[in-house]
Design a protein around this ligand. Structure first.
Ligand code: HEM
Ligand SMILES: *[C@@H]1O[C@H](CO)[C@@H](O)[C@H](O)[C@H]1NC(C)=O
Ligand SMILES: *[C@@H]1O[C@H](CO)[C@@H](O)[C@H](O)[C@H]1NC(C)=O
Length: 495
């Protein structure tokens, strides 16, 4: 009896301690007197995320409810207090003008024990600074231009794979573009020729899909609150099998590279490999660091490009007239200057580029940006201070759907990105790649990759909805990057 009583007391006091910790966490904004959305027990303001709702829908709702009332509000990601930035001038201050106060992103990484996390996304502070200086030049337009012939070659394989499909068949567009993007990554970032397009079940593709450990709310909470404890416990973001696979692949390729002097510097892998032998020890990259840079193409560049290319083809399938105009433009440009998909030609495909941006606006792959405050910041035109370790969320998808900035936001209208219309908007009204020192360094490359893929497809094929095409579109709430819920099938017809 006494034992039972003691157990009961222990359980009760443990429960009440947890209850008070949760309550105290969730009263942060109330104590600071800052306008905030009332949190729910344990989930904060993220109730239903990953189940009934997508994170972008939740952020959009908060943005619409509070915009105009304050430059930012408080909210809670589970128990973690977060600052939700609403005002575009404050967005510019955080990302660009006063970016020295917001240098960090605060995404957990553990380079010593989880080598693939030594990438730019997950690094902060001096580690990020060093990597950024070393890696950034590889992404300059001059270097990318040299890779265009390789992109074109991979895109032409996409052709061959489509020719195997019988006339007028429904094709899973997300699968088609996934094969293209996987082949681009395996060729340009890892220096292997992939040909996933002709043989879809490669080990590379399997690993590029299964590197992430299962998502779990407790894990997320733990990493956000106790990053240092997680580091001590040698927490890893990525599956051991995938880590071993990518490390081995990169080491083997680096070894081959040392013995063959024939390779031209026409891939990211070769440029990273050069850094292995840099004379300056500060610039020299280890095998693990090279693997992490190659891996960031999978981590950051795969689902994003898949998403944008798929949604672009989907929107064009629903607007046959617009699709025809895009196709005519591509053919005219390629006829006028017969150099194929070179920089000039891609640049001249204005309507296609506008369609791509309109896709990134309407179906923004990453719905938010993250910054962490590293020193006190007095918010202009407000009495509030942001304190070190205040994490900021910038809801870019919500901004992209703001009817004041983009009238009839659900309409797909590439005219919004004509030169005149773009100039009329606030410079922070369109941020699919972020902005400031921590923006997407691969923006230009990603644009080229997608334009070559889309241009090659639309030059020779027309896309239209079929019986299985989901209208309206349904997103997969379980994924962070915006993705269609099921396979996205379209009819493909040779022109
Ligand atoms: C449609 C394609 C893509 C989109 C929409 C996209 C979007 C983004 C966004 C929103 C960020 C955060 C920016 C910020 O916080 O201000 C980012 C960062 C990053 N992206 Fe991309 N990305 C794309 C393609 C790629 C590709 C192909 C790569 C290949 C390497 C890549 C590598 C990175 C890296 C390494 C970072 C972290 C940069 C840093 O913190 O210094 N992204 N991207
Ligand atoms: C191309 O990349 C190499 C290797 O990263 C770099 O040294 C060079 O400066 C880059 N070229 C340009 C034009 O930035
Ligand atoms: C598309 O958006 C990007 C990123 O803001 C910008 O650099 C580019 O000029 C835009 N292109 C067009 C055609 O609007």
């Amino acid at each position: 009896m006494e034992l039972l009583q003691r157990l009961l007391y222990t359980a009760l006091s443990a429960a009440s301690i947890i209850y008070f910790i949760v309550k105290a966490s969730l009263s942060h904004w109330k104590r600071r007197g800052i306008l905030h959305e009332k949190p729910r027990f344990l989930v904060g303001n993220l109730g239903g995320v990953g189940g009934k709702r997508h994170i972008s829908a939740v952020l959009e709702q908060l943005y619409e409810k509070y915009k105009g009332q304050a430059p930012f509000i408080g909210c809670y990601a589970y128990l973690k207090p977060m600052v939700l930035v609403l005002d575009l001038d404050l967005v510019r201050n955080v990302l660009i003008t006063h970016s020295e106060h917001f240098k960090e992103r605060g995404v957990f990484g553990n380079a010593p024990h989880d080598p693939l996390s030594a990438n730019l996304l997950q690094q902060d502070g001096a580690d990020w600074q060093r990597l950024n200086t070393v890696v950034c030049p590889a992404f300059a337009q001059d270097n990318i231009s040299q890779m265009l012939p390789t992109l074109e070659k991979v895109a032409s394989t996409m052709h061959r794979s489509l020719r195997q499909v019988s006339e007028d068949a429904a094709v899973s567009v997300n699968n088609l573009v996934d094969c293209y993007n996987i082949d681009v990554i395996s060729t340009l970032a890892f220096g292997i020729s992939g040909e996933t397009l002709l043989n879809s079940d490669t080990e590379f593709r399997r690993m590029a899909r299964s590197y992430l450990k299962d998502f779990n709310m407790f894990r997320l909470y733990f990493l956000m609150y106790f990053p240092n404890v997680a580091r001590l416990l040698r927490y890893k973001n990525y599956e051991q099998a995938a880590t071993d696979y990518f490390l081995k692949l990169v080491r083997q390729k680096l070894f081959e590279q040392e013995w063959s002097r024939l390779d031209k510097r026409n891939s990211f892998f070769h440029m990273f490999a050069e850094l292995k032998r840099d004379r300056d020890p500060k610039r020299r990259l280890s095998d693990e660091e090279i693997a992490a840079q190659a891996f960031s193409f999978i981590l950051m560049g795969l689902e994003t490009c898949n998403s944008a290319m798929t949604f672009c083809l989907y929107e064009l399938a629903l607007q046959p007239d617009l699709q025809r105009r895009v196709q005519e433009e591509i053919c005219n440009v390629l006829k006028r200057n017969e150099n194929g998909m070179d920089s000039k030609n891609l640049n001249d495909m204005n309507l296609l580029r506008q369609c791509l941006n309109e896709t990134l606006r309407k179906h923004t792959p990453y719905s938010f940006l993250l910054r962490n405050t590293n020193e006190d910041y007095e918010v202009p035109n407000s009495i509030f201070m942001l304190r070190p370790d205040n994490h900021l969320v910038i809801p870019i998808a919500a901004i992209h759907h703001d009817p004041v900035l983009y009238p009839e936001p659900n309409k797909f209208d590439p005219e919004r990105f004509s030169k005149e219309n773009s100039k009329r908007r606030h410079p922070m009204a369109f941020l699919p790649y972020g902005a400031g020192p921590r923006y997407c360094l691969a923006q230009k490359f990603a644009e080229n990759q997608m334009l070559v893929g889309l241009g090659t497809l639309l030059r020779d094929y027309s896309f239209s909805p079929c019986r299985e095409t989901p209208i309206p579109l349904v997103y997969d709430n379980k994924r962070l990057v915006l993705t269609p819920k099921d396979k996205l099938k379209l009819n493909v017809q040779r022109r």
